[in-house]
Design a protein around this ligand. Structure first.
Ligand SMILES: [Zn+2]
Length: 279
């Protein structure tokens, strides 16, 4: 099954709480949302999180959570501790919401070797996963691919972490991967390589972030609407269908829900073109 949604509260939603956002999502005909806990502190109370779970179940909207952006599981002791607390808090709220994934930005290289950062990220992620398990938290830790050369999180690194730490999943941020490759994901063949790299993980549900990005020299500077991007969106959708993958596509474009619906329209057109050969 393919689901469509966006990250945050819809732009055109008058009410500015996630509860308003969920009701609005349902009315738009979308069926996934990623709750952004981006201010470094909880933007959703535990009580609200429980309400969101009930509503999302009633509406059949799939929930995911994004932990605060500034986390570094490979930094100094103080930074690691702070990052762990952010992931633990986000994980707790995610569990209360019934979210499938809590998405994290794993680490920065700073002046460490890539191997050392990998060792640290694997150690901390494993430890966090164990903590989740001990608390009966079913939410999976999602390791996001990153869009800058200075950040740990190439597709190869993300897949390796997920291979070494059970019960973690890659989060394929295509905007980031496109920027990091300096624009190579403008063709079906290069996008196919991304899916091939994840094949060994036998992922039951792909969590995918979509946005355009302004990039230079393999670094992302900001997100742009999908229509202004040379990322080959249609190829991503075709490959999901051809490989019969389950996926949730989250728009992180500045046009949030508008671009989520745009992707859904492209997908519907593909289905029609394929004469339902995919089913
Ligand atoms: Zn992210």
């Amino acid at each position: 099954m393919i689901r469509f949604g966006f990250a945050g509260i819809p732009l055109s939603c008058k009410g500015r709480t996630y509860k308003d956002g969920l009701i609005y999502t349902k009315n738009l005909g979308l069926n996934a949302i990623e709750v952004e806990l981006i201010k470094g502190e909880s933007t959703v109370s535990e009580e609200e999180a429980e309400t969101l779970k009930k509503l999302s179940e009633a509406f059949d909207i799939e929930m995911h959570v994004h932990a605060p952006y500034y986390t570094n599981l490979a930094g100094d002791e103080f930074n690691v501790q702070l990052s762990r607390e952010k992931v633990i808090t986000a994980g707790k709220l995610a569990a209360l919401m019934g979210a499938k994934t809590v998405v994290i930005h794993p680490a920065m290289y700073n002046d460490l070797s890539k191997e050392e950062v990998m060792t640290r990220v694997v150690r901390q992620t494993r430890d966090l996963r164990n903590l989740f398990k001990k608390r009966g938290n079913q939410t999976k830790i999602g390791i996001e691919t990153t869009g800058k050369q200075s950040l740990f999180g190439s597709i190869e690194e993300v897949v390796e972490v997920c291979k070494r730490v059970n019960d973690t999943v890659p989060v394929l941020d295509f905007g980031h991967m496109h920027a990091r490759s300096n624009g190579k994901l403008n063709a079906k063949e290069t996008i196919r390589c991304i899916f091939d790299k994840t094949a060994d993980l036998s992922i039951p549900l792909y969590l995918i972030h979509l946005s355009g990005t302004f990039y230079e020299n393999g670094n992302e500077y900001y997100h742009t609407p999908l229509k202004r991007s040379d990322l080959e969106i249609e190829a991503i959708l075709e490959l999901l269908l051809e490989n019969e993958l389950n996926a949730t596509l989250i728009s992180e474009s500045p046009l949030l829900e508008h671009d989520a619906i745009w992707v859904q329209v492209i997908f519907d057109q593909l289905l029609k073109k394929g004469n339902q050969k995919y089913f």
